[in-house]
Design a protein around this ligand. Structure first.
Ligand code: NAD
Length: 538
């Protein structure tokens, strides 16, 4: 390839950073302004242009267009400015992009597999230009973030997640594939929107839906046999159903359930580094019994059982509350995914009374409803525990179960607190507390990297346990001293590498690794990570 074709290929284009020699060699003289820039100078211009945009959605459009022009520069910018750019290419801005996708659409990215493709899904997958796909993120758009059914607009999520896989986990972008399963949408306003780009029909449901997803999974195994499939933003009942159906048949996991669990268990383990307590002595009350909290409960039980506790005892360490009260055996209204966590106990509905009865060491909220951790509940946590652990995970910040200020104030500054969305540091009692943010990005890119490097045939709960341990161990004492139980985002690639090493080791131990792995796994993993440097062209 020469000349303009190179400048129009995002994988090859370096724009103003092409050197004099490269310009000679590739026929680029005159097609670019004369000054040769470094990648850092290019990044500075992107940041300046991004800052000039009037709104975050405009910044999203601008940045995603950058991905279509010069992929290495796009990733260099994200990696160097992760705290600034991540909220623009992923939550919260990606939610707004999803709501408006038909209107802001410029060019297609990723693969759409629709209900009309039934019977020939493998042919659709074969249209993807890359053969060695290693990480697929797939959604059916039914429960996008907290926004509900966005149909085909849900494509923004697989795209955004894979951007993070590359930026945070070093997965080569040519080996990633975002897929949207368009099974229709029940969102009437989308279907009525003339700019909507998906199938304008009600969703497939029941057996038809499952048969469609079955055919998709089989086609993935045929066309991309070395790929990991991450399920993302399916409705909670479907998320659980598909996870159970495929976890032992395909190399797959669900990030809303298992990724969240890994991040939260890591937070709990790091919190115990602060309190000095043992995991075996913990008892959790979890408000909200959806994908996040059932996933967390399941992984905690695994951790306790692996530590030597019998399973019945381990199950008694997690108590779920849904919108109708404590999840207990006598209830007849429990959905399938809650049943295994139901306990023999009298029905209760009031959070304070439940806290007084169960006496949890940790209180975890994943309800999507703000204000659900009130003053009496947090004061009770502080009465029962010298160092109560409280995680308010709901996103975005406005939905958090309580604010960081409330958490520190109502517990006399004794709480170990983490959130799902960012909160500013809090001054209390002459001390500055920095609440940790339990973002899933701390775990899924590292798990994906580990699965890719080891060529693991399955993703297991034990891999998430080890990922959680690796993440908890990497938090510095200095962070813990300020009450922060997660590492700095700037360290994310180091975190992903450490998790990947742990996942590789577990894959070997479980007999799931297909790759020959060397003794020095750390260097091997690092060498496998994509870096957006402009290396000299041959
Ligand atoms: P979900 O819809 O599967 O589950 C929410 C559950 O909360 C439902 O069972 C609902 O009935 C219950 N609920 C709602 N209001 C309640 C109330 N007042 N009391 C008790 N239960 C109540 O959603 P999910 O995927 O589990 O996510 C829940 C929240 O957690 C979301 O806000 C999400 O953004 C957040 N989350 C954060 C992280 C993270 O921080 N890493 C990860 C995943 C999810």
């Amino acid at each position: 390839m020469r000349g303009r074709d190179i400048l129009h290929d995002p994988m090859l284009n370096r724009g103003t950073a092409f050197t004099e020699e490269e310009r000679d060699h590739l026929g680029l003289h005159g097609l670019l302004p004369p000054r040769v820039e470094t990648q850092q100078e290019q990044v500075a211009r992107i940041i300046e242009q991004c800052d000039r945009k009037p709104s975050d959605i405009e910044r999203y459009i601008f940045l995603m267009a950058q991905q279509d022009r010069n992929e290495a520069l796009f990733y260099r910018t994200i990696i160097d400015h992760l705290r600034k750019i991540m909220p623009l290419v992923y939550t919260p801005t990606v939610g707004e992009a999803g709501q408006e996708y038909g209107h802001i659409f410029r060019s297609a990215r990723g693969l759409y597999v629709t209900a009309d493709d039934r019977g020939s899904i493998d042919r659709v997958l074969a249209n993807w230009p890359e053969r060695d796909v290693r990480v697929i993120v797939v959604s059916d758009g039914e429960r996008i973030l907290g926004l509900g059914d966005l149909g085909a607009n849900g494509m923004v999520i697989p795209i955004g997640k894979l951007v993070l896989y590359t930026a945070a986990g070093g997965i080569d972008p040519t080996k990633t594939l975002p897929i949207l399963l368009d099974v229709g949408t029940n969102n009437e306003s989308l279907r009525a929107d003339p700019m909507y780009l998906g199938l304008s029909q009600p969703r497939l449901v029941g057996a038809e839906y499952v048969e469609f997803v079955d055919e998709f999974l089989e086609a993935v195994d045929n066309v991309f046999p070395n790929s990991l499939i991450q399920f993302e933003d399916f409705s909670t009942p479907n998320a659980h159903k598909l996870l159970e159906r495929y976890r032992n048949r395909h190399c797959s996991f669900n990030d809303d359930i298992q990724g969240t669990a890994g991040v939260v268990l890591a937070g709990l383990l790091a919190a115990l580094r602060i309190t000095g307590d043992d995991l075996a002595d913990q008892r959790l009350v979890l408000l909200g019994a959806g994908a996040a909290n059932t996933g967390i409960s399941d992984l905690l039980i695994r951790a306790l059982v692996e530590g030597g506790m019998n399973e019945d005892e381990a199950r008694l360490r997690t108590w779920l509350i849904d919108s109708r009260g404590l999840v207990v055996r006598s209830r007849t209204d429990l959905e399938a995914h809650k049943l295994s966590f139901a306990h023999e106990h009298e029905p209760m509905t009031d959070l304070l009374e439940i806290i007084e009865a169960i006496k949890p060491t940790a209180l975890i909220g994943a309800t999507g409803h703000p204000g659900t951790f009130d003053r009496p509940a947090l004061e009770a946590m502080a009465r029962i525990n010298e160092r109560p652990i409280v995680f308010a995970l709901s996103n975005p910040t406005s939905k958090s179960e309580c604010t960081a200020e409330q958490a520190y104030e109502w517990t006399d500054g004794r709480v170990v607190f983490a959130t799902g969305s960012p909160f500013d540091p809090v001054e209390y009692g002459g001390k500055t507390f920095v609440p940790g943010q339990g973002n899933n990005v701390y775990v899924f890119p590292g798990v994906g990297l580990g699965v890719m490097v080891s060529k693991a045939t399955r993703v297991t709960q034990e891999m998430f346990l080890d990922a959680a341990r690796a993440l908890a161990n990497i938090v510095t004492q200095e962070r813990l001293d300020r009450g922060s139980i997660y590492p700095r985002l700037a360290e994310i690639r180091k975190v992903s590498a450490a998790i990947a090493v742990a996942v590789c080791r577990r894959a070997v131990e479980q007999g799931l690794a297909r790759a020959e792995l060397p003794e020095d796994l750390e260097s091997h993993v690092e060498a496998a990570m994509y870096s957006p440097e402009y290396t000299p062209l041959d």
